[in-house]
Design a protein around this ligand. Structure first.
Ligand code: AOF
Ligand code: ZN
Length: 371
């Protein structure tokens, strides 16, 4: 593919990202239309469910585009959902060619959109920038392809990798800008999850508060022994709260339930069964905010997809100050779970880093290739 064409697709990916907080449960999609001479005549993205799909938004700007090309980050849809099928708009536009990053795993599409375009005599190319597109839509794709919530592990640490002092002080390690970054992550996830240690020590409210995403998030506490009480700040904020427990403390369970908490009690909760339960309740993505025991549990079980870390330029030091991931860790470096597709950024004095569990992008690409 020529560089100018890759440039069009890169622009389409940047446009798609404008829907980061609003497109869900739909994917983020961006589109660019060029005329016969290769000039950009339309651009669009999908803002929110029920609103125009990216292709339709781009054609609204370009008008007819006979002999032109549509660059789109996802296979155009072939079904009637909240909006009519995009393939009809593509055919009506008169473009002779469509370039798409990857197929749509939605069961109503799965290659049917691309096939319909080819059947209509349109040249179709699939695959360029597929890795970038998959990374962008990790939340949508993990949920659709794997039928489970996407899990992001997040923590803030000092430059020497500590998440608190030896005495347990952790507010605040990161700068105000670093904390804004952390709050923005909440807006990308359906559920925020912590362990009971963090729930007791920090008494967090775990809500979204930047107003970027619509509606409240689900707040989840893993609390085997049911130590969280009805006085927790968590319960003073509107929105669903779920506590996973193995305790038989009926009085406390009743007290929490009377406050509207969904207390999910079982003899044994594994992280996998918690995630399955959350998925059944409609949760498509989970942000795990700690503490170290819970983060360590998710790492040891291999139940995570993304890692987001904010590093503040401070040195805490000391053998007693905790790191982000508790548990026994790996004995050999060769066994260390690896993170790939690392990206770094700045938030004031802090550095933020983001990566994906090794192998996940390739796995999704293979699954989508078969779509
Ligand atoms: C596209 N372009 O911009 C998006 C697509 O109910 P609807 O009409 O909003 O359709 C949602 C489904 O359409 C979604 O699950 C996914 O399969 C596809 N999203 N497709 O061609 C877009 N957002
Ligand atoms: Zn569509």
């Amino acid at each position: 593919m020529r560089d100018v064409e890759i440039g069009h697709l890169r622009l389409a990916l940047r446009l798609a990202a404008r829907g980061r907080y609003t497109a869900y449960p739909n994917p983020m999609v961006g589109a660019v239309v060029t005329d016969r001479g290769g000039r950009r005549i339309g651009r669009g993205y999908h803002h929110a469910p029920g609103q125009a799909h990216a292709e339709v938004a781009a054609f609204a700007e370009s008008g007819r585009a006979r002999g032109g090309t549509l660059y789109v980050t996802l296979e155009p849809c072939s079904h009637h959902g909240r909006t009519p099928p995009c393939i009809d708009a593509v055919v009506a536009s008169g473009v002779g060619r469509v370039v798409a990053c990857h197929a749509d795993p939605d069961f109503r599409v799965r290659g049917r959109g691309l096939r319909a375009l080819r059947d209509a005599g349109i040249e179709v190319a699939v695959g360029p920038l597929a890795r970038e597109a998959v990374r962008l839509n990790l939340r949508y794709l993990v949920e659709k392809v794997e039928a489970r919530p996407m899990v992001t592990l997040k923590w803030a640490q000092s430059l020497d990798g500590k998440i608190a002092t030896a005495s347990g002080e952790s507010q605040w390690i990161s700068s105000p800008k670093g904390r804004q970054w952390a709050l923005a992550l909440r807006e990308e996830h359906d559920a925020i999850l912590v362990g009971s240690g963090t729930a007791l020590a920090d008494d967090p409210s775990l809500d979204r508060r930047l107003g970027l995403a619509p509606g409240p998030n689900v707040r989840v506490v893993l609390d085997r022994r049911l130590r969280v009480t009805s006085r927790a700040r968590l319960l003073t904020v509107d929105g669903p709260v779920i506590i996973y427990t193995e305790s038989g403390n009926e009085r406390r369970i009743a007290g929490l339930r009377s406050r509207g908490v969904r207390v999910a009690r079982r003899k044994v909760w594994t992280l996998r069964s918690v995630l399955r339960d959350l998925h059944r309740l409609g949760v498509g993505s989970v942000l795990v905010e700690g503490g170290a025991q819970v983060l360590g549990g998710f790492v040891a079980a291999g139940e995570f997809d993304r890692v987001e870390v904010c590093t503040a330029p401070k040195l805490i030091g000391g053998g007693g100050a905790p790191g982000p991931i508790a548990g026994s860790g790996v004995a050999k470096l060769a066994d260390a779970p690896r993170i790939e597709a690392m990206r770094t950024g700045r938030r004031g004095p802090d550095r933020v880093m983001s990566g994906v569990r090794e192998g996940l992008l390739d796995h999704l690409l293979v699954e989508l290739g078969g779509a």
